[in-house]
Each structure stands twice: as C-alpha cells, then as structure tokens.
Ligand binder design. Sequence first.
Ligand code: SF4
Ligand code: SF4
Length: 220
Amino acid sequence: MREGIREMLRKAGATVIGFASVADGLSEDIRHLSFAISIGVNGNLRESNLDHLKKLQKKTALFLRGKGYRFFCIPPDSDRINDSFASKLYPLFTHKIAATCAGIGWIGRNGLLISPTYGPRLSLATVLTDARFKTDLPIENCLCGDCMLCVDHCPSKAITGETWSRNAPYPDMIKADKCRSHKEKSRPVNGKPNCGLCINICPYGRGYIEIKSEVMEETQ
Ligand code: SF4
Ligand code: SF4
C-alpha cells in the first residue's frame, strides 16, 4: 500500500513523500491515527501550492478510505486557520516535525524544514491515518553542520543559532518579534510583508529555485 500511495502522489506532482510513526507527538484524542504521510511540493506556500497540496491530501484520503482506513488531513495552512480542530492541533504537531519523522529533512537554524535536496523550499502537508506502513528512517538532529549563513545574514538578528534535535524539538531558534518587525519595515511583495533571506541564502537545494537576488542585495 505504501508504494501505491507513493506512486499515486508522484504521478499527481508531489515532490517528496515520507511515511512516519508519530503516536508520541499526538494528543490523546487522535493517537489512534498514529501513522503520518508527509507530502511536500517544491516552492513556498503560495496559492497554487496550497491548492496542489490540498488536492494531494484529498487523493491520499480517497485512497485510504477505499481501503477501509481512517484518516485526518491537517491542512497545509493550518497555522493560519482559526477556530478549527486542526489549528488547535498544529502548535503541538507541525508539518515540519512530521517531515523530520518521515526522514524528509531536519529543522535548520532558520527554523524551517531543510531537505538535503530542496533545502527550505518545500511546502508541506500531513495526512494522519490508522493504516500501518513500513516507515522511513527519521532524522533526529540538525544537519546544518558548521553553516551559519542564515544566522550571520539575518537583517534583524532574529536567528539565534540554536540547533534543533528530536530531544530538544523547540529550542529558542527564532526571535519572532524581531523577524516580524523587520518584515513589516521591508519593501512589501504583493502587498504582504516580506524578507525571506533565510530561505534564499540556505545552500541546500539552491538549484531548485530562482534566487531572489534583489531581496538579498536589499537586506545584506
Ligand atoms: S525572514 Fe528575514 S528577518 Fe525573518 S528570520 Fe528570516 S532572514 Fe531574519
Ligand atoms: S543557511 Fe545554513 S545554518 Fe541556515 S538553515 Fe541553511 S544550512 Fe542551516
């Protein structure tokens, strides 16, 4: 079944797919859905990727339903949705933590999921299920190594340089208030606050996206 889901999602345009056992990270009321399918598409969570991820989740859900399994789709943008079960769940169990469990990447010093191939340039969604899979090997530690590029170049000094590991999953990596205030002051893109230098500067996966050189010049 795992390979059936993988093949279906690949054909539908998923960039990465991983399978994880996540019972330890779930609250009591959904712990019966103890396996996660982590799905990533290349690029940021702009509208087209959001819609694409939701379609991929729907395909996965239909596949699981057809086999008689239960499932719960955590929306890709659940951190932005208020007053829903998923948004309450999200702070406890984020898509990026699911992706680390599924071996897709690690949490980098910039606080984002870093894939060895795509860097911090994946948008993620998660489907929880009671189907049981052979799981992928989780990534347990930050693999940024000696790199400090995002720390050194963050224009607001919001990135502390702390590193993530499974044993310390929420270190004080990003001073969110500093980041937010810098983005508000920066030149808006499409009318929205903008920076993104900690994505653009990351050496992992740089071949997979056009580097926004004007943003880098502006903020360095
Ligand atoms: S978005 Fe900009 S200000 Fe915020 S952490 Fe990244 S580099 Fe720093
Ligand atoms: S820029 Fe370097 S330190 Fe920052 S997330 Fe990427 S690899 Fe890690």
